[in-house]
Write a new protein. Structure first.
Length: 299
């Protein structure tokens, strides 16, 4: 966030073209070797592959891939509909088993471990653990997913925001942290759930992330709404990223004490609900971005 250089700043991934699986594996090897040879593998701040793209350019990388005999097939750069757990396609959302606490255990309000134990014998395909620690069933096991939903009927319902949101470790677990992150994550999710409910936005799949320092291990700057720790109990609030993860968020409010975050979020979503009432196509990130472009940076 503070680096100010293209190599260090958050950046969306570059599209390198369409390859068969064996070619893609070979391309990954070529990229790693290029980074070893032309990057700065001994510089902890610049050893990542994105630094190579920043110092050499995308065209240079593509040319090196061609020199290695890798020619991308025909096709258009794909458009992503989401960047994480929550798809804009309800079929895939139906295959997700939510584990918002991050562990497969029963709680008084959500007996997910017991339900899981009953359906496991009927699974026919591998199950994936998603980046946020939820479970995603294979489409071939759609009936199993429906059975779990039946078993969990009447349990606590987790809105898309809580399923999608994530945090890094933060204080006190991370020595680089400036503020708490995972420690306050659940509380913040609770606040946001209440606020979304108040304005009739329960099913709005807002991408929310929090990190304990600008290093941004939870990738807050690719979220629609994010908090980044400045000092203990104080956060910079970012907003306006795209749910698809291909636009970075903007600084919305600097140095907000944790005690004032709830009111800030409440006001933001109050205004978003009004805008959504006039145009239901708005997503939260697009609406904030539009406001920022129009110069209304303060909610
Ligand atoms: S973002 Fe900062 S506080 Fe969070 S895990 Fe990474 S280094 Fe630690």
């Amino acid at each position: 966030i503070q680096g100010g250089s293209a190599a260090l700043a958050p950046r969306a991934a570059s599209w390198l073209g369409r390859y068969s699986l064996p070619e893609a594996v070979k391309a990954a090897g070529v990229l790693t070797a290029l980074n070893e040879q032309f990057g700065e593998p001994d510089n902890p701040r610049k050893r990542r592959l994105k630094s190579l793209f920043a110092s050499r350019s995308l065209d240079w990388v593509l040319n090196e891939l061609k020199n290695a005999g890798l020619y991308p097939g025909e096709g258009e750069q794909p458009e992503f509909s989401s960047s994480g757990e929550w798809s804009r396609n309800d079929f895939y959302n139906g295959l997700l088993v939510a584990l918002p606490s991050g562990s497969l255990e029963d709680t008084p309000e959500y007996a997910v471990a017991s339900a899981w134990r009953r359906v496991v014998p009927f699974l026919t395909s591998p199950v994936r653990i998603t980046p946020r620690g939820n479970l995603r069933l294979h489409p071939a096991d759609r009936c199993v997913a429906e059975r779990i939903k039946e078993l969990l009927r009447g349990s606590r319902h987790f809105p898309p925001l809580s399923i999608e949101s994530c945090s890094c470790r933060g204080l006190p677990g991370c020595r680089r942290a400036r503020a708490a992150s995972s420690l306050v994550h659940r509380e913040l999710n609770g606040w946001l759930e209440e606020i979304l409910h108040e304005f009739g936005l329960d099913d709005e799949p807002v991408v929310f992330r929090i990190s304990g320092c600008p290093n941004g291990c939870s990738r807050p700057l690719f979220a629609e709404l994010a908090m980044v720790g400045r000092s203990e109990g104080v956060y910079d609030v970012f907003a306006g990223g795209r749910a698809q993860g291909d636009r970075t968020a903007f600084l919305l409010r600097r140095a907000v004490p944790l005690g004032e975050v709830r009111e800030l979020f409440r006001e933001l979503f109050r205004q978003f609900a009004l805008a959504k009432g006039e145009n239901e196509e708005w997503t939260f990130g697009e609406w904030v971005f539009d406001r920022l472009l129009s110069g209304e940076t303060e909610p």
